[in-house]
Design a protein around this ligand. Structure first.
Ligand code: DLL
Length: 434
């Protein structure tokens, strides 16, 4: 079986990777300086010229780019090549402000799809596989990225896009899909829908899933793996850096290898901007080493993460990032306590509840409130009010132990919380309205 898509680069020695990065960063900084007036000014303001960047170690001299810079530059301000050389755009959903529009040359598309092909092969994919892509197609990068990667590997590609779960299941069964690509929340929904139709985990031909685009816990991984009878692989990326495939998981399932020949990763202290040593938790920063059209240098992702360089049993040598622990701006500060939604998911799944929940934060009488609606499975649901209240109290106590603050739990009947077909929205913070 094919083990790597590009063995010479995926298993390259550290010296070789650094050599590639050294060559690429010098060229890339020159390219950006010459073609992007906005970034040239940031460098000039810092007193840095392209000649100051002689190797990858000099990257720390460069200024950061932030989401606000991208908004300010909308739409063409960070474009580093003639528009006539571009063949595609993708865009973020724009829920938190103006959309980010990312541009691609054919070279950029090729390198992006190669990254996704590496992810598919790492999940056991080969030309014998049937890859069902149910990430959204369109401006979102999920569908196109995995679709292109699947073509590069030579898999039979089912371009389903998200939604229409009946049709997803029909094609999965009739066309013998072996690899499923979608958000983890949609994978959980597909597993639930299969069960409702009387299919057990052994009834499908799936062997692997490539799930990402949103935070998901190890508990969620177990639930999906058991529900679908597959191995579930994480995949990470963001529109600003091209899309999915910046990093992907291998059979070891202990973090995602970053494609270091294309993306240089740093972890910084989000407050001070100081670069942190390996193993420390901080904000993930990426530099695109060889993208042409939209080559962001030192882009602050706001994702909180840890990088590790231990030896991996899969033979890949590229640095690993842990599951992002939520975005720094996803973190809720409730009565002064930092709460990540993933902590709530961990408690729920450990206590045997479904992954269907909604978190509501509000402020009443100058005090923050935290309410969590938790959907019961049909066998948990009972019309005995005392039993339900008892369960609510127990769950609230477990939450208090994990979070440090006690939420109000509302157990709700089966099928009452909206399922997600793409990125799940699980937090509603009404404090922002006041
Ligand atoms: O979500 C790209 C993607 C598509 C990745 C399909 C994986 C699979 P954006 O819509 O720009 O791009 O959102 C990027 O999503 O900064 C993270 O906060 C989050 N994210 C992406 N992958 C993961 C993951 C796509 N595996 C933002 N785990 C990123 C946790 C993730 N969060």
């Amino acid at each position: 079986m094919q083990q790597y898509f590009q063995p010479e680069i995926e298993t390259a020695s550290r010296d070789e990777i650094v050599r590639i990065q050294n060559v690429k960063i010098v060229k890339q900084v020159r390219h950006v300086y010459d073609n992007v007036a906005y970034y040239r000014k940031l460098m000039d303001d810092k007193g840095i010229t392209p000649e100051d960047i002689k190797s990858i170690d000099d990257i720390q001299k460069l200024p950061f780019l932030k989401k606000d810079d991208l908004r300010e530059c909308y739409p063409y301000g960070l474009l580093a090549t003639d528009l006539s050389n571009c063949v595609r755009i993708h865009s973020t959903s724009g829920t938190t402000g103006k959309r980010v529009v990312a541009f691609y040359t054919q070279h950029d598309i090729d390198l992006w799809e190669e990254c996704c092909a590496r992810a598919i092969v790492a999940a056991g994919g080969s030309k014998e596989d049937v890859v069902q892509v149910c990430y959204g197609y369109g401006l979102f990068t999920g569908g196109s990225g995995l679709h292109g990667g699947s073509h590069k590997v030579g898999c039979l590609t089912l371009p389903m896009s998200s939604g229409n779960t009946d049709r997803q299941i029909q094609f999965m069964m009739d066309l013998n899909s072996t690899i499923l690509c979608c958000t983890p929340s949609y994978a959980a929904f597909i597993a639930e829908s299969l069960k409702e139709r009387g299919y057990g985990p052994g009834d499908n031909k799936l062997k692997a899933g490539i799930f990402g685009a949103e935070p998901w816990t190890e508990e969620m991984r177990t639930q999906i793996q058991d529900g679908l009878g597959i191995k579930a692989y994480d995949i990470y990326g963001l529109t600003e850096t091209s899309g999915p495939g910046v990093a992907f998981e291998c059979s070891e399932q202990t973090g995602m290898h970053i494609n270091e020949d294309h993306f240089y990763a740093e972890i910084i202290d989000p407050e001070t901007g100081e670069v942190l040593p390996e193993g420390e938790k901080g904000e993930l920063v990426f530099t695109a080493l060889d993208k042409e059209a939209f080559p962001l240098l030192r882009y602050r992702t706001r994702d909180i993460c840890i990088l590790t360089r231990g030896k991996c049993s899969c033979g890949r040598t590229h640095v690993k990032m842990c599951k992002p622990m939520g975005r720094s701006d996803d973190m809720l500060i409730i009565r002064g306590v930092n709460v990540f939604p993933s902590q709530i998911e961990t408690v729920l799944l450990n206590e045997g509840y479904t992954p269907n929940y909604m978190i509501y934060v509000d402020r009443k009488n100058n005090t923050d409130t935290l309410d969590i609606d938790v959907e019961l499975s049909p066998d948990q649901f009972s019309d005995n009010i005392a039993d339900m209240q008892d369960m609510e109290k127990k769950l609230a106590a477990s939450m208090r132990t994990m979070l440090g603050i006690g939420p109000k739990i509302h157990l709700v009947p089966p099928k009452t919380i909206q399922r997600s077909e793409g990125k799940a929205v699980r937090v509603i913070d009404n404090r922002k309205l006041h």
